[in-house]
Design a protein around this ligand. Structure first.
Ligand SMILES: [Zn+2]
Ligand SMILES: [Zn+2]
Length: 162
């Protein structure tokens, strides 16, 4: 194992070191780490980043860390992405619903159009038939009047001959 790939992580503040001696020196001398160690010992509530688990010495440095924490940013973006995915899914569902409604209405429209065409050709047919019947009625009327006048003239001739 090469010494370069080996790393030593401080159990209190999560900082990384390349040798055990620098880790030991850090844990005994770094003020913020000592603060964390004291904090852990005193209150048992260490200041830990909730995203990357990095330990901080005080609330101020924690808030500064939170502003720059890459894992927090990634999480934030993941949440936004999730929200957008849900919205997109909802919109897609609504779109599908509207599309199927349009299909339904189109089918109904085609049916009604056909029905309308059939009905109007039926109406035209009936109008033609009506015209024909009227014409016939007028013709029959004329014929009847003619026969009636013939009958009357025959009657008057017959009466004159009596
Ligand atoms: Zn440390
Ligand atoms: Zn963090």
């Amino acid at each position: 194992m090469s010494s370069e790939s080996q790393s030593f992580i401080c159990e209190h503040c999560n900082n990384e070191f390349h040798s055990i001696s620098s880790l030991n020196y850090h844990q005994k001398n770094a003020l913020f780490c000592l603060n964390i160690q004291q904090n852990i010992n005193n209150t048992n509530i260490p200041l830990k980043c909730e995203y990357c688990e990095h330990m901080l010495s005080c609330k101020k440095s924690l808030s500064r860390h939170l502003k720059n924490c890459k894992k927090r940013e990634v999480k934030h973006l993941e949440n936004i992405n999730k929200e957008l995915s849900i919205k997109l899914e909802n919109i897609t569902q609504q779109y599908e619903l509207i599309k199927s409604k349009i299909d339904e209405l189109t089918t109904e429209n085609i049916f009604l159009s056909r029905h309308y065409i059939t009905s109007s050709s039926k109406i035209t047919e009936l109008l033609e038939e009506n015209k024909f019947i009227k014409k016939n009625a007028i013709k029959q009327d004329k014929e009847y009047m003619q026969l009636l006048s013939e009958k009357l003239s025959l009657q008057s001739r017959f009466n004159n001959n009596l």
